[in-house]
Design a protein around this ligand. Structure first.
Ligand code: PHE
Ligand code: ZN
Length: 869
């Protein structure tokens, strides 16, 4: 959608309630791939004497009727984006007929065709591509939907709610129909339909009040067994939500459908979740442990939306975190219960730091509740989701588990069936707890990651004081920052463990301090245990402190954290040395660090999954955040140097461990087995990073003998890291083996995207031109183009600019078909101000080229903000 007029942003402060209420909606679909007709019949009640505005995009309007009377062209206003009925009766029946072309819909918003099946995606503003409608989340209605299609091609006809009727269409041979009714009022963004041929995996769940709910997962014919893990995760999610949040399922049926072409991960449409097949289908041979883990958490996430999102939805899109932050928090808690708290917290914090902290420190920084947007699609961000979840976690920390649950119960009770705001959510927690949460609201309003500075001071008689201070740097559009409430968990730790109880200090102003009595042995302070707030830390901890915490912190998360902090210093120092061409001094910290790693590796009190994380130094993208400006290639070299050093110093231990962890059972996807594989493959990766010839042999053997994708892919990646002429044939063999499985081929493309190709960017370019590539499929594009920009610093940041140029070409190419995906890819430039001057000039040139090319509104918004225009 190109627009010639200067686009105007939507503002939170402009919100006005809907002018009309829709008491019921009836939709009738005549499904044909290139011309689907949609007839709607809506009971409307006027609330205020204002025009009725119906959104619509890319659809042909055939007729509009009010109370059965066809409107003349002069009775309404129609433009590219809306249909306006200036004068309406107080209550009336509105009938609209439109036609759309699903087969030509490459945006994957609204009604489209994927793999020969009809499916929909309506969040956030896709319903307007199906019919003219007040497409805003605070307009909620009860939907009845009739679907009609060819029975041979589309044997299954699905929509939200419960099926109330189906059968053959009497006057049309070969056509059948189904009628679905959803008794729960919902906004249009939760509407969904699916039609096509599927295999169905069936099961059931009995709710806490004894209701029997059939569960159905619809997948490509032949794939039913690959949905078994998702089904199991679904049943566990349903049980968990009853036990932990008191939430019971409400409809008589729950369905999930897997599709190959999908813009996001999955969608919580009422009673009919639609999933990207990459987040649903898995078996031992073709999916990694990480895939299983993601499936478990996304199935839970979408299911949990049934309450946090569907029963209570958002008043407007500025409130998106109301459903997303809360639901991410809920799925994180679920995963922690399923797989272990410390390991889950590490994963979540890694994701937060990797994506959200970068966003919050760059040109795209925005509050968890933004107050302006051009395209809402661009705000499905790490800030809304991941930082949003951190806010809920802090709320629970501040209130305590019991009062948190009481607040949640009150929210679901009070706000059920409504479209709510963040204020209403917080008010429920205030009411249930008796706390004043006025200051807490600042977390929703202020962008940027606060910095927490911690200093120790010795006061009289050997007693100590710890000073906690906070500050937040200005972000685009917000130069002044006020203090936020920061819950800080801390504890005194000696060489043999805890020297104090864990404490919780709330920092509300710009600074505060705590004191504690004299301690007659060496000690350190473990700060921000379990990452009790989403802040960056600046402390006076020495290397000795960090080593002590790595070995003795009773909080497992902070043990890991101490190692990460140390590794970050090591990498940053090495990067500076490489950049300036000086030989770095022999670092005693490195030796201590590796010894501490070895101690953890040998410690029987920790599980393998945890050990694998301890043995994983922070990614260079994370280290970049703590630096002002850096040559990204030097940084990458430094990060490789650290892995190599660990490999060198711990070679024998890694080798022993690799052999000791060999699999003796059949594949099981559970956390314990996955942890074993994670640690074993971590050992292999570290050995490979020192170019150990033995690693090549081990990887070859593992590649040919493995019976699961986790080990197979880990071996393949180790081999590509080792390099050599065999890589090409190995890659081709893998391709041939998996030729018929698109999800595995996506993995092949990401390995290609991240490889050090001898002929540089050209190799990636050739892949985009090969017939193996599918430029319309978001998974494939993310794997290759996204994998290249985010996972191949050596090629992406090439000093000749070829990486940036190729990447920008790909974004623009994508923009002509799918603006949402293009805009999200372009986010890879958000770190550009961290780069050296020469590279900044090149990125600036590319961003200007994007803007000059008359891109979509989505891409324009990201490009302009990134550039700081
Ligand atoms: N609401 C979905 C989720 O987070 C995400 C989504 C947004 C999917 C927009 C598709 C389109 O669960
Ligand atoms: Zn969600």
């Amino acid at each position: 959608m190109r627009t010639d007029t200067a686009p105007t942003p939507t503002l939170l402060e402009d919100y006005t309630p809907p002018s009309h209420e829709l008491t019921s909606v009836y939709l009738d679909f005549d499904l044909q791939p290139s011309a689907t007709s949609v007839r709607s019949k809506i009971d409307v009640k006027r609330l205020r004497d204002e025009p009725l505005v119906l959104n619509g995009e890319n659809i042909d309007l055939r007729s509009v009727k009010i109370d059965g009377k066809v409107l003349k062209r002069t009775d309404y206003k129609l433009d590219q984006e809306k249909l306006v009925l200036a004068k309406t009766p107080e209550s009336f029946v509105l009938e609209i007929e439109t036609v759309c072309d699903p087969s030509a819909n490459s945006t994957l918003m609204g009604l489209y065709v994927s793999g020969g099946r009809f499916c929909t995606q309506c969040e956030a503003e896709g319903f307007r591509r199906i019919t003219y409608y007040p497409d805003r989340p605070d307009v909620m209605s009860v939907f009845t939907v009739r679907l009609e299609a060819d029975i041979a091609t589309y044997p299954y006809l699905l929509a939200n709610g419960n099926k109330i009727e189906d059968g053959a269409v009497s006057d049309k041979t070969g056509r059948h129909y189904a009628i679905w009714h959803d008794p729960f009022p919902k906004p249009a963004y939760l509407f969904a339909l699916v039609a096509g041929e599927f295999d169905v995996l069936e099961d059931s769940f009995t709710t806490m009040s004894g209701r029997h709910i059939p569960l159905e997962i619809y997948v490509d014919p032949g794939n039913a067994s690959k949905a078994e893990y998702a089904m199991d995760a679904l049943k566990r999610s349903m049980k968990w939500d009853e036990q932990v949040f008191g939430r019971e399922y409400d409809l008589d049926l729950f369905m999930i459908v897997a599709v190959r072409d999908f813009n996001f991960g999955a969608m919580e449409n009422k009673g009919l979740n639609i999933f990207n097949s990459s987040l649903l289908l898995a078996d031992a041979a073709s999916a990694t442990d990480m895939n299983f883990e993601r499936i478990e958490s996304v199935v839970a996430h979408e299911y949990f939306h049934n309450w946090s999102g569907n029963r209570v939805t958002c008043r407007d899109w500025f409130q998106l975190c109301l459903k997303e932050g809360f639901t991410v928090f809920r799925d994180q808690e679920f995963s922690a219960d399923q797989r272990g708290g410390a390991v889950q917290r590490i994963k979540d914090v890694r994701a937060l730091r990797g994506r959200q902290f970068a966003e919050d420190a760059g040109p795209l920084a925005h509050p968890v509740r933004p107050n302006a947007y051009m395209k809402i699609d661009n705000f499905y961000t790490a800030t809304i989701y991941e930082k949003g979840a951190e806010l809920i976690r802090m709320l629970k920390t501040i209130l305590g588990a019991e009062r948190f649950r009481a607040g949640s119960d009150l929210y679901f009770k009070k706000m059920d069936g409504t479209a709510a705001t963040v204020e209403q959510f917080i008010a429920c927690f205030e009411e249930a707890s008796g706390e004043d949460l006025t200051q807490f609201m600042r977390w929703y309003e202020q962008a940027g990651t606060p910095k927490l500075k911690v200093l120790r001071e010795t006061i009289s008689q050997g007693a100590h004081r710890i000073h906690f201070m906070q500050s937040t740097k200005p972000t685009p559009g917000q130069s002044e920052k006020s203090p936020v409430v920061i819950p800080i968990r801390w504890q005194i730790v000696g060489d043999n463990g805890a020297l104090s109880e864990p404490k919780l200090t709330l920092l509300t102003g710009s600074g505060t301090s705590v004191t504690y009595p004299r301690i007659d042995e060496p000690y350190s302070v473990s700060i921000l245990q379990d990452f009790s707030a989403p802040v960056t830390l600046e402390t006076d901890a020495t290397t000795d402190d960090l080593l002590r915490l790595m070995g003795a912190d009773p909080n497992a998360f902070n043990r890991w954290e101490a190692g990460q902090t140390l590794a970050r210093h090591l990498i940053a120092n090495m990067a500076k040395a490489i950049e300036t061409g000086v030989t770095p001094p022999a670092d005693t910290a490195l030796k201590g660090y590796c010894e501490a790693l070895k101690k953890t590796l040998d410690d029987p009190d920790f599980n393998n999954a945890f050990k694998a994380f301890v043995l994983t130094p922070p990614a260079s993208s994370e280290v970049m955040q703590s630096l002002e400006q850096v040559d990204p290639i030097a940084l990458h070299e430094a990060s490789k140097w650290l892995s190599r050093a660990i490999g060198d110093l711990l070679r024998d231990d890694l080798l022993d461990r690799y052999h000791a962890l060999a699999d003796t059972h059949d594949f099981r996807p559970d956390a314990r087995s996955a942890g074993r594989r994670a640690l074993r493959n971590r050992c292999l990766a570290l050995l490979a990073s020192r170019q150990d010839p033995l690693a090549a042999t081990l990887s070859q053997t593992q590649l040919s003998e493995s019976t699961n994708m986790t080990d197979e892919l880990a071996a393949l990646m180790a081999l590509t890291r080792l390099g050599g002429q065999r890589v090409e044939t190995t890659m081709e063999d893998f391709y041939t083996k998996w030729e018929s499985d698109p999800l595995v081929l996506d993995k092949w493309f990401s390995v290609q995207a991240m490889r050090r190709h001898a002929d540089g960017v050209h190799a990636i370019e050739q892949l985009t031109e090969s017939s193996r590539y599918q430029r319309n499929n978001p998974n494939r594009v993310r794997a290759l183009v996204g994998g290249f920009a985010m996972g191949n610093p050596e090629l992406f940041h090439r000093i000749d600019g070829s990486g940036y140029r190729f990447f920008t070409d790909q974004v623009l190419d994508m923009d002509s078909r799918n603006p949402q995906i293009a805009a999200r890819l372009l986010g890879a430039f958000e770190i550009w101000k961290k780069l050296d001057d020469r590279r900044q000039d090149m990125v600036r040139g590319e961003l200007e080229r994007v803007i000059a090319s008359n891109p979509s509104k989505n891409v324009l918004e990201i490009a302009e903000k990134t550039l700081g225009a």
